[in-house]
Design a protein around this ligand. Structure first.
Ligand code: SF4
Ligand code: SF4
Ligand code: FES
Length: 305
């Protein structure tokens, strides 16, 4: 949303234009329109507080909590964009509240803050992200081969650099939240890992020391074929990870290579190169299995987003 004026600098109070609401003290105010409720339903409530300048959305949410709504539920930890826990939808856009400066928003209008739409609501701005942890358990961990004769592992710097991008993930799950495959389709969750976990698969598959082959898992069980490369996930990633271009597309290519490329098959035959060990999910994949039991099927309740 376009910013009509930066209301947050030191000069803001003296230069505030007439259309900016002011409190009794003359300090500019801002209205947060916060979603309040739980898994049974809820609504947006308005809270008007001073707009002090130099703040991020999480600061203002905390001030609402301190001054007007002590029972407001909001999840956060680091306030530095590194723990991934303050994810929410600010004016309908998935953001980290601690990294969204008030000066980038139009404070002449109410600013809506709602819980992540793709997850079931626990209370207010806090959602149940356990689907993501259930998916994580289905991906076999890093599995290196034996060490070199001198007891070390070696890998080229270019290989380290390639997977390092994916290691930046803070598990904020903003990418999961915007992916249309699950955003409004709770029923797809058991069959679709989502962009964060396609990046995790790519990180492991591209690691030169890893010995497992997760391509069949990615295709048959984790639904990489459902992704139609819209790049919405990449657009919201606060770490700037090129999820689609650097993880999903290469993973799709590897899946195709594994299943359909006759030249690769012939090459393996001629060179007698052993195929990597196929990996299967570390959690049960049956409808009655653990992974499915932990995936909530509660419908999302808030409107917005
Ligand atoms: S690119 Fe694929 S994974 Fe990312 S949001 Fe679009 S459909 Fe989902
Ligand atoms: S890939 Fe980016 S958007 Fe997705 S969980 Fe990791 S840091 Fe968040
Ligand atoms: S509070 Fe840790 S990322 Fe926002």
């Amino acid at each position: 949303m376009a910013t009509s004026a930066d209301q947050t600098g030191p000069e803001a109070a003296s230069t505030a234009t007439a259309d900016v609401a002011s409190g009794a003290s003359g300090t500019p105010t801002v209205t947060l329109r916060l979603w309040r409720g739980d898994d049974t339903g809820g609504s947006f409530n308005d809270y008007t507080v001073d707009n002090l300048g130099g703040e991020v959305v999480l600061d203002v949410v905390h001030r609402v909590q301190a001054e007007q709504a002590p029972d407001l539920a909001v999840r956060w930890n680091c306030k530095a964009g590194k723990c991934g826990s303050c994810s929410a939808e600010v004016n309908g856009r998935p953001r980290l509240m601690c990294m969204t400066r008030m000066s980038t928003l139009d404070t002449t209008q109410p600013i809506t803050v709602s819980p992540l739409r793709a997850n079931p609501v626990i209370r207010d701005l806090v959602t149940d992200v356990s689907y993501n942890f259930a998916v994580a358990r289905r991906i076999p961990a890093f599995h290196p081969g034996p060490r070199d004769a001198d007891g070390t592992y070696r890998m080229a710097q270019v290989d380290a650099d390639r997977v390092q991008e994916f290691r930046k993930c803070i598990e904020c799950f903003l990418c999961q939240n915007v992916c249309h495959v699950v955003r409004d389709h709770e029923e797809n969750k058991p069959h679709f890992a989502g962009p964060r976990f396609f990046a995790r698969l790519a990180e492991l598959e591209m690691h030169p020391l890893d010995t497992l082959d997760r391509r069949d898992l990615a295709s048959r069980e984790l639904g990489i074929g459902y992704c139609n490369i819209t790049k919405c996930c990449t657009e919201v990633c606060p770490e700037g990870i090129h999820i689609t271009d650097n993880a999903i597309i290469p993973m799709k290519e590897r899946v195709v290579d594994a299943r359909y490329d006759p030249i690769a098959w012939l090459g393996r035959k001629i060179l007698r190169r052993p195929a990597p060990t196929p990996a299967s999910s570390t959690a049960s994949l049956s409808p009655a299995g653990k992974a499915h039991e932990t995936i909530s099927t509660q419908p999302r309740t808030p409107a917005g987003g």
